[in-house]
Design a protein around this ligand. Sequence first.
Ligand code: C2E
Ligand code: MG
Ligand code: MG
Ligand code: MG
Length: 280
Amino acid sequence: QAKKSGRNKYMMFTPTMNDRAVTRQSIEQALHRALEKQEFVLHYQPKVSLDTGTITGAEALIRWQRPRHRLVSPKQFVSIAEECGLILPIGKWVLHEACRQAQDWLQAGLDLGQIAVNVSPMEFHGKNFLSGVREILNDTGLDPRHLELELTESGLMQDSEQTAATLLALKHLGVQIAVDDFGTGYSSLSYLRNFRIDTLKIDKSFVQDIDGDAGEAIVRAIIAMGMSLKQRVVAEGIETQHQLAFLQSHNCKEGQGYYWGRPVPAEEFATLLAGKTFKC
Ligand code: C2E
Ligand code: MG
Ligand code: MG
Ligand code: MG
């Protein structure tokens, strides 16, 4: 009987597990090739001042131009890249390309504000992270004050002594630090006391809950906390006029979202930078 059910289990579960492993492995191999063949591309989404409608910065977001595929979203490959360690060279490429592009725009006289780059916990805790940032800033000539690194709460929770040292070194360089997806990490708030954080990015799930009471209360609390800690607060995922109006009436100063536009390729973003301000 036991043997029989064991066998049934085998029949029921293994084929899908195997499929998944095979898919994962083939994505991993394809990611290796993608790095060599430079199939990655960055799109840029504006951060907008909720007071004036001007662009205060751009977030760089990776996409994969996989041959014979539609543009692949980071949700489909970043976690795999993290698991197999490929996020280290990919992240380095992202940082270099984003800094190079930002410097290009600044030198063309475009008022970019800051370029924001997402950094995985594995990259941030890697022993070469800091030297990599320095090297890239040197290489591209970008003034560190134009660079913001977006870290998640989980990245800030690990190994707090090393985290503190890295954050301090970045501060000395003049690089800004943002907490991405703020409020969704399984973490305490104590890192806000111990580390110098410049920006809180309210996770889009809260912003999209603004129509519900809980969402409104959480958003208001994050804005109030950011203000008293003298941090910038950026609301992610603004899609509607109603969400925008709520954030404005509660003194949130910056936002990002499909309300103004999806992330776009560099050439299109340059047109946005050169153009008029957004409605707000
Ligand atoms: P994230 O850093 O929180 O980026 C915001 C995500 O929300 C982006 O998705 C953006 O396109 C999307 N978004 C912006 N406005 C709206 C909106 O109004 N509504 C909705 N529903 N979504 C909106 P994307 O580009 O697919 O990136 C997903 C995640 O992948 C990012 O979340 C980030 O965690 C990760 N990621 C993207 N690029 C990189 C990268 O270069 N390195 C690393 N390590 N992670 C990256
Ligand atoms: Mg981000
Ligand atoms: Mg986010
Ligand atoms: Mg995220």
